[in-house]
Design a protein around this ligand. Structure first.
Ligand code: FE2
Ligand code: FE2
Length: 250
């Protein structure tokens, strides 16, 4: 277990990526007591979704959901880094960056979007194709930023001269990827769906499942979700109510 955990922290191999996603137990972050509570509050158990059929576009969009939760951790970390950098455990950020690498970049982006979605959309009628080059550039930039986050968070503490550059890199990554995913959800995936046709969509839905299985074994989305929940717990970010906005001025 320990060696696999180490792999998660240091390795980017796609072989056995499911093991990588699964490898880290709900380990003891700074606020360990939140773990049990979160498990109780998480609503439907993640495993219950396994037998529910998921369409290809729903699959892509729920993957964005995982990535958005990672972005939220980055966003909250930016605020904490600027207030008190010592309160941000580098290994938590490293885990988020690793999840983004394995689940977001190597799987969602490379295996699905760049292989199936973008080539189809590029030649589709309408405006969607015009986005493809920028979306690809953003995948590349995202990987550069993930490399950077991984390099900075390797150490036991974030060096003081890296705090603001890291905060800025995370901030710009969140800004880019929120917009990126929103364009994919609202323009790219609908365009892809429109030109693909129902029967082929069903086949591709199954194909996506196969790829997910190949990459991660039985636990692709579910393991990534569980992993994200563990990270949120460890940082005290698992209580949705804490994000309810205050009342506006009267
Ligand atoms: Fe993308
Ligand atoms: Fe995407």
């Amino acid at each position: 277990m320990d060696s696999k955990r180490r792999q998660l922290i240091t390795g980017f191999s796609l072989v056995g990526a499911g093991v990588l996603l699964n490898a880290c137990r709900p380990n003891s972050g700074p606020s360990g007591s939140a773990t049990n509570e979160n498990t109780k509050n998480e609503g439907p158990k993640t495993g219950e979704e396994e037998n529910v059929e998921v369409t290809a576009t729903e699959d892509l969009m729920r993957e964005h959901g995982i990535l958005r939760r990672a972005l939220l951790v980055y966003q909250e970390s930016v605020v904490k880094l600027r207030q008190d950098a010592a309160s941000v455990p580098p290994d938590a950020l490293e885990k988020v960056a690793n999840l983004f690498r394995v689940f977001g970049e190597d799987y969602h982006e490379k295996k699905l979007e760049e292989t199936f979605i973008f080539p189809t959309v590029r030649s589709a009628p309408g405006m969607a194709g015009a986005y493809v080059d920028v979306l690809l550039q953003q995948h590349v930039r995202g990987r550069e930023i993930t490399d950077y986050v991984l390099s900075i968070t390797k150490a036991d503490r974030i060096a003081s001269n890296s705090v603001e550059p890291l905060a800025k890199a995370l901030e710009s990554f969140v800004r880019m990827y929120e917009h990126h995913a929103a364009i994919e959800d609202t323009v790219i995936f609908p365009a892809w769906k429109a030109v693909t046709g129902e029967a082929q969509l069903d086949d591709l839905g199954e194909k996506f499942e196969e790829i997910e299985h190949e990459q991660f074994g039985d636990d692709g989305f579910e393991a990534a979700l569980k992993r994200m929940e563990e990270i949120e717990n460890s940082l005290g970010l698992s209580n949705l109510a804490m994000f309810t906005a205050p009342s506006p001025p009267k």
